[in-house]
Design a protein around this ligand. Structure first.
Ligand code: ADP
Ligand code: MG
Length: 368
């Protein structure tokens, strides 16, 4: 994911042919002084990988100050992530979200401030995307058995029975009681399309509290970076080529203090009668979203929003997504289309220093 080797600062390179003895001596003294100061501020790297949110989560951080307790920072961050998963998982019995879902049609459920705020944010993204991102999509996700062994194509009757249960506008939030109420029995929240982004933002806040100034958080491809690489260069994040074995990129994006979140139909899907059914569902049809997008990546500052928007963009399609992004300053997108063309939002299209094509299999299409 991270770009090439850490570049050695120019300053450290030995002058190839010193013309004057004095200049050579001066350079030698500088190098000696720098080596001494570098050995005092040792660069220490820390990283840890865990399986969470149904995926591989890895956090790496670098300390150049000599003052960061990296192990403690990782310990606390992973414990915060475990806590989030325990509260927002739809499938773990006893989570706050399963309690809310279990009380659908019966009673409101008071939840922690964090869960409440996340659901509130999720509903704001539902409004912003006109329901393309729909946190009340739970019943449809269950019906398709998305992410389970028993995934299958439901009957038309089953789909029409579930569609009236997907109305996110009906979710009742009570700011005073901090409770969530799903008014119809059978309704359920699913935060799978926003949870990892939220977790990445919480990881950022936790790491920052420990004083981290250079870190990479990768929650199953949902990426967030703090600061720059230790050498002061921007991080370079590779966007996965959906057509190649894992690890091959089609484009890289340079990133400082930001997030890159990708959604695509290639990650989780099942095949029935030769047809591929993927995990991003369109609540207006009851079926997996039909678009010509092979993958969509949102680049921005806030990972919660980028996660919701990447899921929404896939449902909306390219043109409506680009129109929406024009209203959101600082949020950009890269679309890889089924025909091999790459489309970008204007902020990226206009600034070629922020990205680099990594293959000649695809071509960038700028403008309309
Ligand atoms: P991933 O979790 O694979 O990175 P996404 O962020 O796009 O991908 O989220 C997909 C998950 O979100 C699905 O597995 C499902 O739980 C949920 N989901 C599916 N369709 C929608 C939708 N239209 N709006 C909100 N969440 C959705
Ligand atoms: Mg998402």
């Amino acid at each position: 994911m991270i770009g090439g080797p850490i570049a050695f600062p120019r300053f450290f390179r030995r002058p190839r042919r010193p013309r004057f003895g004095v200049a050579f001596l001066f350079a030698f003294i500088c190098i000696a002084m720098l080596s001494v100061s570098c050995s005092r501020t040792k660069v220490r790297k820390y990283s840890r990988t865990e399986l969470m949110f149904g995926t591989v989560c890895r956090i790496s951080l670098v300390d150049t100050s000599g003052e960061l307790d990296g192990d403690a920072a990782l310990e606390e961050t992973f414990s915060r992530l475990a806590d989030i998963e325990k509260r927002i998982s739809r499938t773990q019995a006893g989570s706050e979200i399963s309690s809310v879902n279990g009380q659908a049609g019966t009673a409101p459920v008071a939840v922690s401030e964090e869960t409440y705020e996340l659901v509130k944010t999720a509903l704001q993204y539902a409004r912003l995307t006109d329901g393309a991102f729909n946190p009340a999509i739970g019943p449809l996700v269950s019906l398709w058995g998305i992410n389970t062994e028993t995934a299958k194509v439901p009957s038309d009757e089953e789909i029409s029975r579930v569609l009236p249960l997907l109305d996110w506008r009906e979710v009742v939030l009570d700011d005073v009681e901090r409770s969530i109420f799903l008014p119809r029995q059978g309704m359920s929240l699913d935060l799978g399309g926003i949870g990892k982004g939220y977790a990445a933002d919480v990881a950022k806040a936790t790491l920052r509290r420990f004083g981290a100034s250079s870190a990479l958080v990768n929650l199953g491809g949902n990426i967030l970076v703090i600061g720059t690489k230790p050498d002061g260069e921007a991080w370079r994040i590779g966007l996965q080529d959906p057509d190649s074995s894992r690890g091959e990129f089609f484009l890289s994006v340079s990133l400082t203090d930001g997030t890159v979140v990708t959604s695509g139909p290639y990650e989780r899907y099942f095949v029935q009668d030769g047809v591929r059914y993927h995990h991003i569902l369109d609540a207006s049809t009851g079926y997996p979203a039909v678009t010509h997008i092979a993958s969509v990546t949102i680049v921005g500052a806030d990972s919660t929003g980028a996660d919701a928007l990447s899921t929404a963009a896939f449902v909306l399609g390219v043109e409506p997504s680009l129109a929406l992004l024009r209203t959101l300053p600082g949020v950009e997108a890269v679309f890889l289309m089924d025909d091999g063309t790459i489309r970008m939002s204007e902020g990226l299209a206009d600034d070629a220093s922020r990205w680099r094509l990594a293959t000649d299999r695809y071509s960038v299409k700028l403008g309309d």
